[in-house]
Design a protein. Structure first.
Length: 279
């Protein structure tokens, strides 16, 4: 990737992270940790990878995205806002009474959201259905989904994995946000579904492992996924929970907590410092 474009994507991802912090702070609730860890991948998807049009969110042949780990909606909302689907200022209404930006994505109320999500494990199944529909109807759009490592303790994730491989859904690409932490603590200690790579490979998937915060690796992974034929692709994205905010990084207590004013200001300063370094 050209260095200028990489720097621009890093700026966009940092603004997405600022939007995440703005949303959860103004709501006094939400899930910042896993939202921050998936921000770079979502930035690449919406600004480089996917065939979408903010002016025509329901474009028939658009690529689809499903946020299976729906509690990290601040990341999706901030990405969509920065991409032009709705005003960035609306992020401040997150989870407020009467706002269209509620705690989990709503496909009927939020421009750019392709599937409502919330109950863990359901989103990847929805993505499988979308991909199979495209195959049956001879459409060339691709389907993307993001799942969590904690979410992967749900049995439905593995049923979907079998389904996708059985139907050779090579138009499906799933990103597993592997930050190692869930609300109850380290994923390895709660149930421990790893090793993800060998398990998905055993289920018949093409597996690509990347650093979730390296745009060169992200770009190469999505290119390889597009080129893979006859099987679905899992991008195993090793990430840092709370990425970009000093006191949130690798801390499970920030899975589902909003910062108070003093820590909100620290988070904004951390992210603005990153922006300054990219100028």
């Amino acid at each position: 990737m050209e260095s200028n474009r990489k720097t621009e994507l890093q700026r966009i991802a940092t603004n997405v992270r600022l939007g995440i912090i703005e949303a959860v702070y103004n709501a006094a609730s939400g899930h910042p940790g896993g939202s921050l860890s998936i921000a770079d991948v979502l930035t690449y998807l919406y600004f480089e990878e996917m065939n979408i049009d903010p002016k025509n969110p329901k474009m028939e042949n658009r690529d689809r995205f499903v946020l299976s780990k729906g509690h990290t909606s601040p990341a999706l909302y901030a990405t969509l806002a920065n991409r032009g689907f709705f005003p960035v200022e609306d992020l401040k209404t997150f989870r407020k009474l009467g706002s269209y930006l509620q705690g989990h994505p709503d496909m009927k109320g939020v421009p750019g959201v392709d599937m409502s999500a919330g109950s863990l494990g359901l989103g990847i199944s929805s993505a499988c259905g979308m991909a199979l529909s495209a195959k049956y109807n001879k459409k060339d759009y691709r389907v993307y989904a993001a799942i969590g490592d904690g979410e992967s303790e749900e049995g439905q994730v593995w049923e979907a994995a079998m389904f996708a491989a059985h139907y050779k859904l090579d138009n499906l690409c799933v990103v597993l946000d592997y930050n190692g932490l869930q609300i109850d603590g380290p994923v390895a200690e709660v149930i421990g579904p790893a090793p993800f790579d060998s398990k998905f490979e055993a289920f018949g998937w093409n597996v690509i492992k990347i650093n979730a915060h390296d745009f060169d690796e992200i770009e190469a992974a999505f290119k390889a996924a597009r080129e893979c034929k006859g099987k679905p692709t899992l991008i195993l994205a090793n990430s840092v929970k709370g990425k970009g905010v000093s006191y949130m990084e690798n801390k499970c207590e920030w899975h589902g907590a909003a910062p108070k004013t003093d820590l909100y200001e620290v988070a904004v300063n951390d992210l603005n410092a990153i922006l300054d370094s990219l100028n």
